[in-house]
Design a protein around this ligand. Structure first.
Ligand code: BGC
Length: 372
């Protein structure tokens, strides 16, 4: 707090000279004014990613893919990660806004945190793109993601397929963060398949538990508690992503149950794909993040020029924000179900390298699946 006041005082002259509406827009408008990132000559765009611990995707896929796509679109991206810290998320945004980014791209930790940042940017006339996670009740101009209910439906479908013929199979659900709208959409999608099966008794729901911040470790300990209090009985686990699935498989292995229980996942990470090839995880969902990065770069490049016609022609879908009671212009890409039979799709797409997933214990499965 104290720091911010000092920064506002120091930055006042700058803020006044930058924009007439700076004075009463927000306290964050003057958080330094110096840009840390070296410029490559393109148009400055700020990108804030939410965490690293919840999934290997953010640092392993999103960051390099956004960087490449944005540079190819003539932009000069400054890509930072808030490491699951709301305060850091807000401070990073303040710094980017005052360093003069022309567009801000945010994958937020929570809708509230993301919406606060979007409002600050908007007050400075900076367009905001919600990246992957929609900020409910927010004001961002555009949203780029996947069809997230479809992601959940694929998880439900995968689990139902794996448990086919096991009448009354017991299922534990380890879900994503309650503050991430995607986790809600994944859950809703899963339930389109699973709820009727719970209702008919084809499957039995033991417990469904959301995991704060998608914390993989907490996911594992929570799963272990549910498993032991259910007398060690489980046939299927909905794990909302590969990180949570990995934690679940570690617990299953401790109890000698890995390979005997169907586990879902998401993100097509190298670890998730290896677990599938080993037979410890049943499925994952492949979301080609390069397409998400490319669409975001295209939108950002248009918005940086004030070209909303091109942006609107790119974001032709809409997503409902029930909290803000509005429709948000969107690009929604298509996810794909991956099981042992089609892991090759992911390596053929160049998303992960065969050498990242074909290791000693998976080599036979790789050979059988034609992955080289
Ligand atoms: C993303 C998933 C990711 C999860 C945890 C979600 O918002 O869509 O791909 O696994 O966050 O980081």
């Amino acid at each position: 707090m104290r720091l911010r006041k000092t920064a506002v005082a120091l930055g006042l002259g700058l803020a006044l000279s930058l924009t007439a509406c700076g004075a009463n827009s927000s306290g964050g408008s003057g958080s330094g004014g110096e840009s840390a990132a070296p410029s490559s000559g393109g148009v400055k765009v700020g990108v804030i990613l939410p965490e690293t611990d919840s999934s290997a995707r953010w640092e392993g896929f999103d960051k390099p893919m956004l960087d490449k796509a944005m540079r190819a679109a003539g932009l000069d991206p400054d890509i930072q990660n808030a490491q699951g810290d709301e305060q850091k998320f807000s401070t990073l945004a303040d710094g980017m806004i005052s360093s003069g980014v022309k567009v801000l791209v945010i994958a937020s930790i929570s809708s509230d945190g993301g919406s606060a940042v979007a409002a600050k940017a908007k007050a400075q006339g900076i367009p905001v793109i919600d990246y992957d996670r929609l900020n409910l009740g927010g004001t961002s101009d555009y949203y780029v993601s996947f069809d997230n209910e479809k992601v959940g439906a694929l998880q439900g479908q995968g689990l139902a397929q794996a448990l086919q013929g096991q009448q009354g199979a017991q299922v534990i659900e380890i879900e994503g963060a309650p503050t991430d709208n995607n986790a809600t959409l994944f859950y809703n999608g899963q339930q389109t398949v699973l709820k009727p099966m719970y209702d008919s008794g084809a499957l039995k729901l033991v417990r469904s538990q959301p995991i704060d911040k998608w914390d993989n470790q907490v996911g594992g300990t929570t799963f272990e508690q549910i498993l032991t209090s259910n007398g060690g009985q489980v046939n299927g686990v909905v794990a909302a992503n590969d990180g949570l699935a990995g934690a679940v498989v570690t617990v299953l292995t401790k109890y000698g149950l890995n390979g005997k229980v169907a586990v879902t996942g998401q993100d097509a990470t190298a670890d998730g794909l290896q677990a599938i090839l080993r037979g410890d995880q049943y499925m994952t969902v492949f979301k080609p993040i390069q397409e998400e990065a490319d669409a975001t770069a295209k939108l950002a490049a248009a918005l940086a020029k004030g070209d909303t016609a091109t942006a609107d022609a790119t974001a032709t879908q809409t997503v409902a924000d029930p909290k803000g009671n509005r429709q948000v212009k969107s690009v929604l890409l298509t996810p794909q179900l991956i099981t042992k039979d089609n892991v090759k799709v992911v390596t053929d797409a160049g998303y992960v390298k065969a050498s990242d997933i074909c290791v000693a214990e998976t080599q036979a499965a790789c050979t059988a699946a034609g992955i080289k």
